[in-house]
Design a protein around this ligand. Structure first.
Ligand SMILES: *[C@@H]1O[C@H](CO)[C@@H](O)[C@H](O)[C@H]1NC(C)=O
Ligand SMILES: *[C@@H]1O[C@H](CO)[C@@H](O)[C@H](O)[C@H]1NC(C)=O
Ligand SMILES: *[C@@H]1O[C@H](CO)[C@@H](O)[C@H](O)[C@H]1NC(C)=O
Length: 417
């Protein structure tokens, strides 16, 4: 089932490019109906689809030619402003830019989704993988490496969150709350391409598909806030939430767990501590995940993983020559859960730092990101799940990818087996 497999920011680069030139899109509130139609029906990011979104946003729809021109301009400025490559033409660079290569991913079969999260349910003896799409798509398997079967959704009904009024939930993060003995799924809803967003929570005592009960929104963001309430994940200390995307960077805010598996974030603790930001224009950072490994060399550190670069909506005719400018996974580490998170060079991620964990690699993955990291209780190994595309269909589908992580030397690297 791939009909609704689109990225949450699939068209944002186009919309931003257009809004920069038109200077008037950023305050529009999309109509819920238009966005729901977009979110549930379309799987490609063609100019026609972009036009449909902009129509849904309520502006005068620009011509297809204008969208194409904006898209080319965006791709160029994205390429030109790359912060992670000093070479405009890597393949011919005399100073020998090296294209990163990675070991083969774990062979898990074809699973279509974005922004995956994984957890092992010891009672069901099943791995659960959830992701963006529908009411948070739910896949399960008795084996970490699959095969995974689609089993409906986490939520039985679309979330009823008053503002921004967009029903389609994104970017789930699954956790087991052992004190309350419930599974928790943090997720977000957002009016596409705006900061009109909310972070919400649903809980389940069994972890079964459709059993997650909505606890409603934890907090909201709007055009009047600097932050964007997107991509939530519980931190390993259990007392904070990392969140935030695209507009204004990634934050870590104090969160209080309730006794029934509910949770709250006090407005006094918002937006929290800024932990990742400052990437070059057109290179947003999102999809944060804080992880604590039990591997010896990782001892004493929290690791902040983020996705950075353009996730989707690619101008396939003008892709950058250097694959590392597209969506990729970066990491930094800190002894404190609220940071500062420094990369291998000692650069603070709040100032654009971040060491590369995974990027596109020729012939294999394109624009990997939306990652989360999990300690598999069966094998005892650290596992990173993420989505990726292939260059040939980079605008249409995203697939589930999986690697083990090795923290040898104190920094994570991907391992295929
Ligand atoms: C990007 O670089 C190319 C080649 O150097 C140039 O032709 C183009 O105008 C630049 N685009 C932007 C938006 O800066
Ligand atoms: C970039 O590299 C390609 C492949 O090696 C080459 O054909 C092309 O001429 C190069 N372009 C520039 C501007 O150096
Ligand atoms: C999971 O599947 C892999 C690949 O087929 C197999 O080697 C492994 O033994 C399986 N693990 C379990 C716990 O069944």
């Amino acid at each position: 089932m791939v009909t609704a497999n689109i990225g949450r920011w699939a068209l944002l680069p186009l919309i931003l490019a257009l809004s920069a030139s038109a200077g008037k899109l950023h305050r529009r509130v999309p109509s819920a109906a238009g966005l729901a139609q977009y979110a549930s029906g379309r799987k490609s990011n063609s100019p026609a689809a972009a036009q449909a979104v902009i129509q849904a946003i309520g502006d005068q729809p620009p011509s297809l030619a204008a969208i194409k021109a904006a898209s080319v301009k965006h791709a160029q400025s994205h390429y030109n402003s790359s912060t992670h490559s000093s070479h405009k033409n890597s393949s011919s660079s005399p100073s020998g830019h090296k294209v990163p290569t990675y070991p083969q991913m774990l062979d898990i079969g074809e699973v279509y989704l974005r922004d995956p999260t994984i957890i092992y349910d010891a009672k069901l003896k099943q791995y659960i993988v959830a992701g963006t799409d529908d009411k948070l798509v739910y896949y399960s398997s008795s084996n970490l490496t699959g095969p995974y079967t689609r089993n409906g959704n986490c939520l039985s009904a679309t979330p009823n969150i008053p503002n921004p009024g967009v029903a389609s939930p994104w970017a789930p993060s699954l956790f087991y709350n052992s004190a309350a003995q419930v599974y928790q799924v943090f997720y977000c809803v957002s009016a596409f391409g705006t900061r009109s967003s909310a972070i919400a929570l649903a809980v389940s005592s069994t972890g079964e598909p459709g059993s997650f009960q909505d606890k409603g929104a934890l907090f909201f963001s709007s055009d009047r806030t600097d932050y964007n309430a997107l991509d939530p994940a519980l931190t390993p200390d259990g007392g904070h939430l990392s969140y935030g995307s695209y507009f204004g960077g990634v934050y870590i805010a104090k969160m209080t767990q309730g006794s029934g598996g509910d949770a709250s974030v006090s407005p006094d603790n918002l937006p929290g501590t800024l932990v990742a930001a400052g990437y070059a224009n057109g290179n947003p950072v999102e999809g944060s995940y804080v992880y604590e490994s039990k591997q010896q060399d990782a001892e004493g550190y929290y690791y902040l993983f983020v996705s950075q670069g353009q996730c989707c909506g690619f101008d396939l005719a003008h892709l950058p020559a250097d694959d590392t400018t597209e969506y990729k996974v970066l990491v930094g580490r800190s002894k404190s859960v609220t940071g500062p998170y420094l990369d291998k060079q000692g650069k603070d991620m709040a100032e654009g730092g971040g060491s590369l964990v995974l990027s596109s690699s020729p012939g294999a993955t394109y624009a990997p990101g939306g990652q989360s990291v999990y300690r598999d209780p069966v094998s005892g190994r650290d596992v990173m799940v993420f989505h990726y595309s292939q260059k040939s269909d980079a605008n249409a589908y995203a697939r589930l990818g999986m690697y083990y992580l090795d923290f040898e030397g104190g920094w994570p690297s991907v391992v295929g087996k």
